[in-house]
Design a protein around this ligand. Sequence first.
Ligand SMILES: *Cc1c(COP(=O)(O)O)cnc(C)c1O
Length: 361
Amino acid sequence: MMQKYPLLEIDLNKLKTNVENVVKECKERGIEVAGIIKGTSALEPCIGAFVEGDIGQIGSSRLEQLELAKKNYPDKQCLMIRIPMISEAEDIVRYSDISLNSEIKTMIALDKAAKDQGKTHKVIIMADIGDLREGYRNLDEIIEIALEVEAMDNLILAGIGTNIGCYGSVFASKEKLQELVDIAVAVEGRIGRNLEMVSGGATSSFMRVLDGDIPSGINHLRIGEHILHARDLDVFYGYDLENMNQDIFTLKCEVIELKTKETHPVGEITIDAFGKKNQYEDRGFRKRALLAIGKVDIGSFEDIYPKEEGMEVVGGSSDHLILDVEDYKKPLDIGDIVEFKINYGSGVYLTSSQNVKKAFV
Ligand SMILES: *Cc1c(COP(=O)(O)O)cnc(C)c1O
């Protein structure tokens, strides 16, 4: 079968440039970068672009993705960024060199797995500085756990890390990140040596690099969104990102119907295909295009943006997208291709959807 659309085009040169830019800006401040590939669903050419851009480590929240990275690039360090499951301890040690951790039971399992494989495995102990996802909230507990890990034969306590912004929406301020440095310094005092890594967060912490006020002591960041899309820091925080490519991904979809219809459904309104009750704004009759792509490929219709002016995503269902084209001034026909920009949210779905073809340019 030679299906052509929907198509996701990925510009690998632009991706590599973004990797290089972030690596360079961090290096100037003594910070190493783990490139987080989960937003690409570990498409192999994308992993390649991270490696070519000289990324410090390849990181992912999914072990299958690290397994793939490890097989293709055995010399590249792999970082597991989601707290491991005990049930995957053996593979964590097999396919990742470093993992982020927050439970001693799991670290005991990792220590045993490493011993069985005749290896050592590095761990970063996660401190929760208020965002309330993973990590220890209490300094005494972090120190106690650090001392326990320090005494293990097959685990190496590589550092202390945190994650901020993902669940609790906490802003990665200079003061917040200083809390992490203070924790790391306290741990270093108790174990009597310097830690290799103080891992200060994700894209949201990169703002501190751009502002030049990242607390000294933080020497590692884990960056995904800012490399892949460079959108959040621009759209939500107003950063001028002129050296970053914001159009690495282009989504192309085909028009399968073009008609002028009512904008408010006609009949008694109940629930949609996903069991949701929706509001429909009555804008009278408008011209709309139906495209062959849907929620299962995109996640949310709010996460793709038509490139052309005069087009507006109205909604859709699992396999259809409705595009308002009343204000679109150029010709549009059945079989034509409409282009969209995407963001991190839709990117995760699009890259993993088997319905969506991928092309690397
Ligand atoms: C996803 C993730 C990252 C990367 O986040 P971005 O905002 O995409 O940079 C970093 N660390 C952890 C623990 C993550 O889960």
